[in-house]
Design a protein around this ligand. Sequence first.
Ligand SMILES: *Cc1c(COP(=O)(O)O)cnc(C)c1O
Length: 374
Amino acid sequence: MELWQKQLSQSVVKVKDLPFIPDSEEYRNKLEEVRENYPIRINSYFLEQIKSPDDPLWKQVVPTLAELDDFDSEELITDPLNEEVDMPVPELVHRYPDRVLLMINNQCPIVCRFCTRKRKIGFPGIVTRETLRQGIQYIRDHSEVRDVIMSGGDPLLVPDKELDRILGELRAIPHLEILRIGTRVPGTLPARITENLCAILKKYHPLYFNIHFNHPSEFTPEVEKACAMLADIGIPLGSQTVLLKGVNDDSKTMKALMHKLLKNRIKPYYIYQADMTEGTDHLRTSVQKGLDLMKDLMGHTSGMAVPYYVIDAPGGGGKIRLLPNSVIKHTDDEVVITNYEGKVFRYSQTNLENRSSKLSSTEKVSTDICQISV
Ligand SMILES: *Cc1c(COP(=O)(O)O)cnc(C)c1O
C-alpha cells in the first residue's frame, strides 16, 4: 500500500474520532444525525495539520450542529446549481456551449462541510463504470465539446491504471482540445502526487489543473513539493477558493493565500461565493464581503494575484463575475473612473467617431445600465 492509500484508509469517518469536539454525550448524538446526512472524512495527513478548534482547517472538515439549522430553509437546497437538470447522461453536466463537467469519482481526500455537492460526495454507487462509459461516449458524440473538466469527487483518487485509461480515452477524442482536472488532492493528500502519477499525467497534455485551496496554512512542505512536481511536468496550475466565514473572509488571509499560490506557481483563478447549499449556511458570507476582499486585492498587489470573484448562479445560470464598481460615470463623451486609492480619473472619448449611431442595441443597453448604476 502506498503512503497516500494508507493515509486515506486511516481517515476519521466516525463522530467519536473527531478532533476537538465537546465531550458531551448529547452533542455527539446530535452530530451522529449530521453524519447520517453528510458523511465525514478527514484523512490522517490532514488530521495531523489541525492544531486547534479555531483552526481554519478544522472549520472546513469537522461537522457542527449548525449543519442541521438550515434544514427548513426554503432557499437552501441540495442541488443549488440545478446540475441534475443539465445532465444529458448521468454525472455529466453540459451547461456551457463548448465544455462539460464530468464526474469520474465521488470520493474525496477530505469531505468539506461546505461542499456544493453535499448530496453526492462520499455516498457509494453514484459514479460507476457505466456512468463513466456513457459520459465519455457523450463527449465522443458531441463535436462541439472542446474542453472537459474532470471533477467529482476528486479525480485524483481514481487508481493510477484507471485514471490512465480514462485520460487515454478522452485524449483519443479528436475534437477534445483541452483536458482539465479539478482537485483538492495536492493541498489535502499531497502524498498522492507520486512519480508514477506524474508519468501518467504528462502523457496527456494539454492538461490543466485547478486546485482547491482555501487557506495559506494548507501550504505545508509536503504540499509545496506536490505542487512543484505538477508544475515541473508542465501542467498549468490554477486555483479555486471558496469564500468561507471564519476561514478566509478577511483581507490579510486572502492576500496571503493568493501570494502563497503564486509562489507555488499556481495562478489564482476563481474565488467562489459560497453556493446556497443545504447544510452550509453557517459558512456563507455576504456578497459585499467578497467585493470588499476583491477591492483590497486589486491594485494593492500583483495583478497576477487577483482571481475572478464569481457567483455560480443559483438555478444553473453558470458562473457570473463580480467586480467592485470602478465606473463613476459613463457617457458617449467621457468615462469617469476610480482607482485602487480612491482617486478619480476622467477619460475623454468626445468625437471618437459618431459613436451613438454605431452602437448596437445590446451595447446601448449595457451603457444605459452603467448610467443607472451611478
Ligand atoms: C465551472 C464549470 C465549468 C467551467 O467553467 P470555466 O469558467 O470555463 O472554468 C463548466 N461546466 C460547469 C457545469 C461548471 O460548473
